[in-house]
Design a protein around this ligand. Sequence first.
Ligand SMILES: Cc1cc2nc3c(=O)[nH]c(=O)nc-3n(C[C@H](O)[C@H](O)[C@H](O)COP(=O)(O)OP(=O)(O)OC[C@H]3O[C@@H](n4cnc5c(N)ncnc54)[C@H](O)[C@@H]3O)c2cc1C
Length: 368
Amino acid sequence: MTAPTRPPPSSQALAWATVAWRKHLGEPHVVLDRDVVDPAEIATFATEHRVAAILRPGRRAEVQACLRVATAHEVPVYPVSRGANWGYGSRVPTSHGAVLLDLSRMERVVDVDLVLGTLTVEPGVTFADVEERLRGTGWMLPSPGSSPGASVVGNTVDGGVCDGLVPLRRRAVLEVEVVTPDGEVLRTGLGAFPDARARGAHPGVGPDLTGLFLQSNLGVVTRMTIALQRVPPRQAAVHLQLYDDARLPGLVDAVRIVLRDGLIEGSVTFYDEIRLLAMTTRYPYGEVGGATPLPEAWLAEVREALGGSRWIVEASVRSTDGARLDSARRTLIEALTPWADRVDFAADAPTPQFTPRAPAHRRDRVLA
Ligand SMILES: Cc1cc2nc3c(=O)[nH]c(=O)nc-3n(C[C@H](O)[C@H](O)[C@H](O)COP(=O)(O)OP(=O)(O)OC[C@H]3O[C@@H](n4cnc5c(N)ncnc54)[C@H](O)[C@@H]3O)c2cc1C
């Protein structure tokens, strides 16, 4: 929400703003206790940005009040939905002395449409919450590679990527509700019309403003409607291995053609040993005697443990039935075998989550 070069607020501005925030949120939700605030200043990299306070609004009206007060007193605000942005700054604000607007108390699943496959959530709703809610419905929302405790809204506004048919999460966004710095509420898509019966139908009418609020600092997203994905009846994971860096460009080109022709749907992920380490462990300071970056000899050992692979590539094929899946598998082996040193398929099986029956309820709605 703030430019990196912005100066910190004066202590007097902060004091006046704190009085006002306490009035709107109640004292327990304006956190100044350093035992609670200090951990929010820790990222996975060195940073000196301090956090002045943590504000914990529980409703949109409280977000509006927080922003009005902050703007009036010129206090920079950094919003987080769940604050699980590890590797990209965690919860640390982009400017020194900002207040952290922690939206994790706003955790309502507002609407699930099991016919059209749409989901409307507040910022505190996590991927784990959504998985729990959708289990057995035939719909899903893939989690990011980081944590099921991450926020659907946070991950999406930050340009998140995932497995599945729509790897770029921003492409699945149908509507957002945003509080602007002056405390006004703006809704994009058909959600902007109070009585619209086709809410969620993308992209509504006229210019679509949704993109303005993705990876920007123009407002705080307080609600988002996102398209769900149908759980495929059958799917099989494809693993490719490459032992030689020099062959990578050829494999990338072959994968592009396969994607272009729709043989693989959704995302394809390339892992080298560094990416695998980042996903599975902390930086092994002890094992490498504090050296940075990781010594080549140590990485060579990791590669050996991976069976000599320089690159591991993962994708999946999906289909409505086993025969079609077999045919897609054969075509893929033909297309990729000349470029990869090894092509393996995990045994396909009916997807456990898939239930072909019609949903019992047309809508499962919690009114806001
Ligand atoms: C090993 C590892 C693997 C990872 N794998 C993936 C992956 O596969 N896919 C992926 O996408 N990410 C991945 N990440 C990155 C990150 O963990 C996720 O993107 C995570 O979803 C971010 O946390 P969050 O959802 O709680 O968002 P937050 O931390 O709450 O916010 C993320 C950003 O969005 C802004 N923001 C948050 N909420 C709002 C709001 N309501 N209004 C306006 N702005 C807001 C914040 O200011 C912040 O800049 C990975 C990280 C690690 C360390």
